[in-house]
Design a protein around this ligand. Structure first.
Ligand SMILES: Nc1ncnc2c1ncn2[C@@H]1O[C@H](COP(=O)(O)OP(=O)(O)OP(=O)(O)O)[C@@H](O)[C@H]1O
Length: 341
């Protein structure tokens, strides 16, 4: 368990003070993938660098497996940092070393013998899917391959936690997905706790179990990804959720497709988890004397199940409409009425 309590960082330059991280408290469970999302300047990078004390906190504590990082003398901190892996947006590889030697580097520093190093490095190269590239130099690799080296290097000393600082932001969408899949498989295989920061909701949606939203150094909202998606509270979170389906929020466009009869009701249905698999619309059409006009729909898989939304216009007699809506609600699908009959 990682306990972050009242963590703050104040940068004080000659000209100004910047409260980059402001009184952040979070608990991160072992084995979870925890995402922190925020716009540029929200304090994400500072936050993640406070966790391994690449930045000194101004206040607060970070306790990793019962050890308070913020109170450790530097020799202890160096040892502890070997158990906190980190990957970066621009990979931070050593350009004059081969893939093999980049991954071996943290093992050399930890004083691991040559034979053990070789065994571990080859195991990691296999784990991250770089077999055959052992003796290539970083300049001979694609972005995705470079990040695989970064991941293997971060895992060399069997860390308790992996910190990811915008690890996919320099990659194209397809490569991003490959790297995210790799992080999920490592999380499952090794039971590794992962904390990642990003400005992309897609990254959170695809791999995180829980998410915290940062704004002006503060956590403005946090919770399970599915819950935050379905019921975003803050304005910033709502904007991030919109990233996943911008059309959904363009109500004007949606209304172009509405027949707008007096006897029609426009509703937004939220399908959460297993409900997303249900053929609810055809069920309703068979059961009730209503016409259904599908306006728009989307579905997003998350680590905790799928989250789908569907905008529909339902036409029918008022009493039948009421029964239909009740039936939908009773089946566990959330209904938001956008236009009453
Ligand atoms: N070394 C520093 N000295 C002074 N101010 C800093 C320093 N590092 C960051 N800041 C300021 O702290 C605030 C938070 O920066 P930070 O880099 O943590 O945000 P971020 O959410 O990671 O943004 P980005 O995604 O653009 O990197 C910003 O206002 C930034 O200008």
């Amino acid at each position: 368990m990682i306990q972050i309590k009242n963590l703050s960082k104040l940068y004080q330059t000659k000209k100004q003070k910047v409260q980059a991280v402001d009184n952040v408290s979070l608990n991160i469970e072992p084995g979870e993938i925890f995402g922190v999302i925020g716009y540029s300047g929200a304090g994400k990078s500072t936050f993640v660098r406070l966790i391994n004390r690449l930045e000194e906190p101004s206040d607060g504590s970070v306790v990793i497996h019962d050890k308070d990082i913020t109170k450790m003398p530097s020799h202890q901190l160096r040892k502890k940092r070997q158990k906190i892996g980190m990957i970066f947006q621009h990979f931070n590889l050593l350009w004059s070393r081969t893939v093999f030697d980049n991954i071996a580097f943290p093992l050399e520093i930890a004083g691991v013998s040559k034979a053990k190093r070789k065994e571990k490095v080859l195991e990691l190269i296999h784990l991250v899917g770089l077999s055959g590239k052992e003796y290539a130099y970083p300049s001979q690799l694609s972005g995705g391959q470079k990040q695989r080296v970064g991941i293997a290097r971060a895992l060399a000393n069997d860390p308790e936690v992996l910190l990811c600082d915008e690890a996919t932001s320099a990659l194209d969408p397809e490569t991003t997905d490959d790297i995210l899949d790799l992080l999920v498989s490592i999380n499952k295989k090794l039971g590794l706790t992962i904390i990642l920061i990003t400005h992309e909701m897609h990254v959170i949606q695809k791999i995180c179990h829980r998410v915290a939203v940062m704004e002006n150094g503060k956590v403005v909202e946090n919770g399970e990804v599915l819950n935050v998606f379905v019921r975003p509270q803050s304005k910033t979170t709502k904007r991030f959720v919109q990233q996943l389906n911008p059309l959904e929020h363009e109500k004007d466009k949606l209304y172009n497709f509405i027949n707008d009869r007096e006897d029609s009701e426009v509703v937004k249905l939220h399908f959460i988890g297993n409900h997303a698999r249900r053929a609810l619309i055809s069920e309703i059409a068979k059961k009730f004397d209503v016409e259904i006009n599908i306006l728009q729909g989307s579905i997003a898989p998350t680590q905790e199940g799928a989250y789908g939304t569907l905008f529909v216009e339902i036409n029918g007699e008022k009493a039948v409409l009421t029964n239909t809506i009740q039936y939908i609600q009773d089946s566990g699908v959330e209904v938001e009425v956008l236009k009453h009959a």
